[in-house]
Design a protein around this ligand. Structure first.
Ligand code: HEM
Ligand SMILES: Cc1cc2nc3c(=O)[nH]c(=O)nc-3n(C[C@H](O)[C@H](O)[C@H](O)COP(=O)(O)O)c2cc1C
Length: 457
């Protein structure tokens, strides 16, 4: 194990204990405090070394998170992050991301070992979708059963098992419990996730089938909350999901697994997070020769076209993005459009608040966060919703919405609102037909439609 992980686990455990200790006790616990400080210092050093190494050897080959933090500037204030701030971000990501995701995968493999039917179904899906191909991004949306397996695992064993909420005014919860303004309540997620009124009498059992798209969409709003709640909910959710799906698919593609000790009973180790303690597996390679280069190098429906010499005039690409996917789509589209002869202009949506160009087509690419706009689209969003009806004629537009159906109540809210408001103010959709098109629910990228999301293809 990397020394960082050891230091992290010890520091987390002490950080938890500290909150329950009387101040006076600190005077007598010099050694504990020294060890705590030593662990923190080690974590700082690992993060600082990573930062310095990148600064000494800058690369533009991959615009990863570290590059973003080192070079990025806030679109509103123009400020960047200090090295000290980046150090804290790195440590937070390592802590929040490592323990939770590795725990999810461990519980998941344990659950599959114990539920042979689910295991068989999961492996069959991997064999159908991947066969002997090397895993590619376009495979992920097709791993529907694996998605259900992971959801069901986090229902039974949410690896970050609690989150805190506090009301901004006095409230009576469930017509029974008075909670005062700013009073903190800790929500224990495993209890929410095993509520028989919601999940039925078999709530304690591992049944991925209950996480099918239809059943998931029909759940009460707060029934499944392994990533927390509201505006402080997990920032790494999409990343963790993609990573877990990829790891699980690759493991099942290449290996057969079984418990090392068939009499092993699940024992949960609690630090800040949950993990199965003392669970070992026997792993044997399957007879699958994974092709090192995929036969499908580009996903279906992404034609690689020859550069065009035709000149096609300007195209505005306006995006709103917090964590980079919409920005990355905007960059890809810009590159494609330039090759096809457009003179592209790329900008954050906020830069066009009160000023949507009407001299050329406008393509908008943006996302929602708990139903709210991204930081660089918030002014645009507030403005467009207040523009009087039929007062912005002459604009030709299309909206590419990025969203995720896990946010049942606010799926695609911001792109949909922008789309319908532009229509309301008299602008013209470039492609009316696309309104009724919707990609597979498992594909995060969805061309805007209007109407209520159906969650299906
Ligand atoms: C299966 C994996 C994961 C689970 C179950 C999980 C769960 C959670 C939960 C329950 C919270 C608290 C939310 C709240 O207070 O309402 C949280 C917050 C957070 N998570 Fe995750 N997480 C996971 C993966 C990740 C990853 C991979 C990263 C980063 C790379 C990450 C970064 C964060 C951060 C930074 C916060 C604090 C957000 C804030 O306070 O604004 N998490 N996570
Ligand atoms: C904390 C959080 C909240 C989200 N809320 C929503 C939501 O309300 N509706 C939705 O359709 N997608 C939601 N998503 C999914 C994102 O919109 C989606 O991942 C999108 O691709 C992010 O774009 P960006 O990387 O350009 O910021 C949420 C994602 C996160 C991490």
């Amino acid at each position: 194990m990397h020394p960082f992980v050891h230091a992290m686990v010890e520091a987390l455990s002490e950080a938890g204990k500290k909150t329950r200790r009387l101040n006076i006790a600190k005077v007598f616990m010099k050694r504990t405090q020294q060890l705590y400080q030593r662990n923190i210092k080690l974590m700082f050093k690992v993060a600082d070394d990573v930062i310095q190494e990148r600064k000494k050897n800058p690369t533009n080959e991959c615009n990863d998170l570290l590059n973003k933090m080192l070079n990025g500037r806030d679109p509103v204030t123009g400020q960047g992050l200090t090295d000290e701030n980046i150090r804290y971000q790195l440590i937070t990501f390592l802590i929040a991301g490592h323990e939770t995701t590795s725990g999810l995968l461990s519980f998941c493999l344990h659950a599959l070992c114990k539920n042979q039917e689910a295991y068989k179904k999961a492996q069959e899906e991997v064999d159908t979708v991947l066969g002997s191909e090397k895993l590619q991004p376009h495979h992920l949306p097709k791993l529907v059963y694996l998605d259900q397996v992971l959801k069901e695992t986090l229902r039974l064993w949410p690896t970050a098992p609690a989150f805190a909420v506090k009301p901004d005014k006095d409230e009576l919860v469930g017509s029974k419990y008075k909670i005062e303004k700013d009073e903190v309540t800790i929500v224990l997620i495993p209890l929410v996730h095993r509520d028989k009124k919601v999940w039925g009498e078999d709530a304690e059992e591992f049944k991925p089938e209950r996480m099918s798209a239809e059943k998931f969409a029909a759940l009460p709003k707060h029934a499944w909350k392994p990533f927390g709640n509201g505006s402080r909910s997990c920032i790494g959710r999409g990343f963790a999901w993609q990573e877990s799906l990829m790891v699980l698919a690759k493991v099942l593609q290449k290996f057969n697994i079984q418990p090392h000790d068939s009499s092993y009973e699940l024992n949960i180790k609690e630090t800040l997070t949950w993990k199965p303690e003392g669970f070992f597996m026997k792993v044997s390679p399957r007879n699958v020769l994974v092709q090192e280069t995929s036969t499908k190098t580009s996903p279906p429906n992404s034609p690689t076209q020859e550069a065009s010499k035709i000149s096609r005039g300007p195209l505005y690409i306006l995006f709103g993005s917090n964590s980079g996917s919409c920005e990355s789509f905007a960059n890809t589209i810009e590159k494609d459009a330039t090759q096809k002869g457009f003179k592209t202009k790329l900008a954050h949506l906020n830069e066009h608040t009160g000023n949507v160009p009407s001299d050329a087509p406008v393509l908008i690419i943006t996302a929602s966060y708990e139903g709210k706009p991204t930081e660089d689209a918030n002014q645009f969003y507030d403005w467009i919703r207040k523009v009087p009806d039929n007062s912005l004629t002459g604009i030709k537009y299309a909206v590419l919405g990025c969203g995720h159906t896990d946010w049942v109540d606010s799926y695609q809210r911001v792109p949909t609102q922008i789309d319908s408001n532009l229509e309301r103010v008299g602008s013209t959709r470039l492609n009316e037909e696309s309104r009724s098109k919707r990609c597979c629910r498992h594909d995060e990228r969805t061309l805007i439609t209007g109407g209520k999301p159906s969650g299906t293809c």
